[in-house]
Design a binder for this molecule. Structure first.
Ligand code: 5AD
Ligand code: SF4
Length: 459
């Protein structure tokens, strides 16, 4: 490390969108004399890339900031930057409450982190949270390990990742009544096709095998702004086809989707685009039409089930996962029973389930009929218990089958990888396999959250 290199440490909360944003910030910093460190307490710059989707996520950030206040007392040169959704939402209020925070940077301002920090040294602004309704999402070429080496060539802290995220859009126009995202991430903007394809090509050339296309609602890609140079109509299914044509790419995934925008063309992509993995995260949120209406989801349970049926027709064996909120304002026992019934009907491979929490500025936060915390906890426990049972049954269906697995880690002859259905598989005797390798594994045991296998062959 050269004398003037500074160490930064990023902690990421929340979604995959944030994970990708953290990489972008890391990259911006690497051009300004920073290298990534492993120890928050030793860093010259600590960045918290925050999430405010639920009250609990926000509380985690605030308590870590409290802890950092003490660290900073003993190391006053340490700079603290808050980025992401809490930064966007709280803006100047954050600095007022937490004067030890040096910089608050909004969700669309991360691309300039390096210059903004330099500015800070010259008495520049400490709060930058501008949200534009329309802008070209800057092309930040993927941060591969070689980009983040220090001047002296010291090894970066992050190992090469064979699976990478590519942001294809930002923001959201849906205004689900419980959701803070339209306020923290702004209006929906799709990135140019050309930039996306270029990014995927560079990743693949560097050795990446799998990409996940990211957006708050990828199904409406290309709807709100032109994405081709000529301004021609272009949809998310077109993008899937074009990305999958990148030579050398093995697997393609995407997240996340709103069922209301799930077109037949997109469902057919699961049958027709061979590299598209047979796995689909399709958040349903509730199994009650009344609650779905109050959530402004714009589909009914019947329409959701119809789409699930079609997906199974196009691709038998597709692994479906979902998000569910329990205890939305006004949710009765009967409404909740609707969610349980839906779980029985679809038998999701897995789900993320949450207790509803009020978020600032959302329409649901103004609703009457808030559900007691205790009832929310009871409903969540019931839902999760049944989901765990179903996940185990679903996973058991794989026992005896041979799956193609991409290795993520391999230590002491024990490997961990993922199937195309996004199931984690552990196995031993991996015969010298390396991260990034595709191997054939016979599934011999199923747990609720992962599978165990026996190596079949290295392809
Ligand atoms: N309360 C609880 N869960 C929420 N989610 C979004 N907003 C809220 C909220 N206010 C959940 C939804 C969404 C997931 C990312 O977080 O299920 O799909
Ligand atoms: Fe959290 Fe949503 Fe922001 Fe992602 S976009 S960090 S999930 S609030």
């Amino acid at each position: 490390m050269s004398m003037n290199e500074k160490i930064f440490y990023i902690k990421t909360f929340g979604c995959q969108m944030n994970e990708r944003d953290s990489e972008i910030m890391a990259q911006s910093l690497s051009r300004y004399g920073y290298i990534e460190g492993m120890d928050m307490k030793e860093a010259d710059l600590v960045i918290l890339n925050t999430c405010s989707i639920r009250a609990k996520a926000e509380q985690k950030v605030l308590s870590l900031l409290g802890y950092l206040r003490k660290t900073k007392l003993s190391r006053p040169t340490m700079k603290i930057c808050v980025a992401g959704c809490v930064a966007q939402q709280e803006g100047v209020r954050l600095i007022e409450r937490m004067p030890h925070v040096d910089l608050v940077i909004g969700t669309q301002n991360i691309y300039n982190l390096g210059p903004l920090l330099e500015n800070l040294d010259n008495e520049g602004s400490r709060v930058i949270t501008t949200l534009w309704d329309d802008y070209d999402i800057p092309s930040f070429l993927p941060s591969l390990p070689s980009n983040t080496r220090s001047e002296s060539g010291a090894q970066t802290t992050s190992p090469f990742q064979y699976s990478k995220f590519v942001t294809i859009m930002q923001g959201c126009n849906n205004y689900c009544t419980y959701c803070v995202v339209p306020y923290t991430r702004g209006r929906e903007i799709s990135r140019n096709v050309k930039d996306i394809l270029e990014e995927v090509q560079i990743l693949v050339k560097a050795g990446v095998k799998e990409v996940t296309l990211l957006g708050q609602n990828v199904n409406s890609y290309g709807k709100t702004n032109a994405v081709t140079a000529a301004g021609d109509p272009y949809t998310f299914s077109d993008l899937l086809r074009d990305v999958s044509n990148v030579d050398g790419l093995a697997r393609l995934r995407f997240t996340t989707s709103n069922p209301k925008d799930l077109t037949d063309a997109l469902m057919r992509s699961f049958r027709d685009v061979k590299k598209l993995c047979p796995q689909f995260h399709l958040p349903v949120q509730s199994g009650s039409d009344r609650i779905l209406k109050a959530m402004n989801r714009k589909y009914t349970v019947g329409q959701y089930l119809e789409k699930v049926k079609k997906l199974h027709e196009y691709l038998p064996g597709i692994a479906l996962t979902t998000d569910v909120i329990v205890g939305f304002p006004g949710e009765s026992d009967e409404d909740f029973q609707g969610t349980m019934n839906l779980l029985e009907e679809v038998r999701f491979h897995g789900s993320f389930s949450f207790k509803y929490s009020d978020r600032p500025g959302t329409r649901a936060s103004q609703l009457v009929g808030k559900v007691d915390e205790e009832i929310k906890s009871e409903r969540l426990a019931l839902f999760q218990k049944r989901q765990d049972e179903i996940s185990l049954l679903r996973n058991s269906e794989y026992i005896g089958s041979v799956k193609s697995v991409m290795i993520e880690e391999c230590n002491d002859n024990v490997a961990k990888g993922r199937t195309d259905t996004n199931h984690i598989v552990h196995f031993s005797d991996c015969a010298g396999c390396m991260p990034g390798d595709m191997v054939k594994v016979e599934i011999v045991h199923a747990g609720q959250h992962s599978l165990k296998g026996k190596i079949d062959e290295i392809s």
